[in-house]
Design a protein around this ligand. Structure first.
Ligand code: TXA
Ligand code: MG
Length: 331
């Protein structure tokens, strides 16, 4: 398949170019587009055949549901039942934005989108290009991060191209994404609402809107347990390191075994000159989140075997960043 490359201004996308992408969606094809978190790839969420193409392009298991991307709460609420009042407070505060709500789906949602689950994930991206595209398409867009299954999420159209060129009908390129880390997924089917995946909206910010109603993600089995579906898996072996934990002996041991080794640090430290890859994150968890997936991809391109990653402080956005590092370290 020939992939159409379309370039737009992120803040003022040319409506004629958006219309080309929207036409592809209406025709049942797959299109990658930017959001404020990472690039997504999606198709007409009401058309089973079109949805099927998203799974095929990514090589994604059909047991793993997609998210319905919408341009308004009205469009979202047509897909779900039994919405608690507090959900509307969250929508008012965080939409459009990186908070995905998992709610009871109704019959209008194809079973393939939800992988047969009784719930559907609703997401209204805070990105002009995504919103214009969904609006022009006139349908909710069933989408997922625009990476090949098991690869890091893409934060630029270049990443999307590397993974999906020739596998999807189009890529709308509007430069790099904002957060760099995916949306927070919140199950609102029952109270307390449960964070299924920490993301760009921190638990603390949710708590401010619905105090006492947010339950944190259950701590994941961190090591040794096989993940249900592997996520964020760079070629390099990822070794999470807590701040202050001695690491240089381990680094040296890997180097002397002939491994190509890198370090990502959040606290200023002496980077040994023999490293093949060294990154210092100066700007806290926001910068870590923005750069994380790019770092994974760069490490792969440089043939890094082993990447030591200092963990951010696990509060606010740091929870999501640490989650992705642990996720990459499993598998
Ligand atoms: O920021 C984001 O959320 C990006 C952009 C593109 O919107 N999307 C994204 O999609 O990260 P994806 O498919 O890579 O991750 C969505 C996660 C998957 O782990 C999926 O299993 C889970 O959400 N999910 C989807 N529907 C669900 C549901 N009904 N119940 C529980 N988990 C669900
Ligand atoms: Mg993904």
């Amino acid at each position: 398949m020939q992939t159409l490359h379309l370039k737009v201004d992120p803040n003022k996308p040319n409506p004629r170019i958006i219309e080309i992408a929207a036409t592809l969606i209406r025709e049942g094809e797959t299109v990658a587009f930017p959001t404020e978190t990472v690039y997504g790839v999606g198709s007409n969420g009401l058309d089973e055949k079109a949805v099927q193409r998203v799974f095929a392009a990514k090589g994604r298991s059909m047991k793993n549901p997609l998210l319905m991307h919408v341009m308004s709460w009205d469009q979202a609420s047509a897909l779900v039942d039994n919405i608690a009042d507090e959900v509307l407070w969250l929508v008012k505060k965080f939409w459009p934005g990186p908070l995905t709500l998992v709610a009871a789906s109704n019959d209008s949602v194809p079973k393939l989108v939800t992988a047969g689950l009784p719930t559907v994930g609703l997401r209204m991206p805070d990105h002009r290009v995504a919103l214009d595209l969904i609006k022009a398409a006139g349908v909710p867009v069933a989408a997922t991060s625009a990476n090949l299954s098991g690869r890091p999420s893409p934060t630029s159209a270049e990443h999307v191209k590397n993974d999906l060129n020739g596998r999807i009908a189009g890529i709308v390129n509007a430069g790099t994404t904002g957060w760099g880390i995916e949306s927070t997924i919140l199950d609102v089917t029952r109270k307390p609402f449960t964070i299924l995946r920490p993301g760009a909206v921190s638990r603390e910010r949710l708590e401010e809107v619905v105090p006492g109603l947010i339950k944190a993600a259950s701590p994941k089995p961190r090591r040794g347990i096989k993940a249900r579906t592997p996520h964020y898996r760079p070629n390099a072996r990822i070794i999470p390191v807590k701040t202050g934990e001695p690491m240089l002996d381990l680094v040296q041991a890997e180097v002397s075994r002939g491994m190509r080794v890198g370090i990502v640090a959040v606290t200023k430290q002496q980077m040994p000159a023999y490293l093949d890859f060294a990154v210092l994150i100066n700007g806290g968890s926001a910068e870590y989140g923005r750069r994380l997936f790019e770092i994974f991809r760069t490490a792969d391109l440089r043939g890094i075997d082993c990447l030591f990653m200092e963990l951010p402080e696990e509060t606010g956005l740091g929870v999501a960043v640490a989650d992705r590092i642990y996720e990459a370290a499993r598998s």
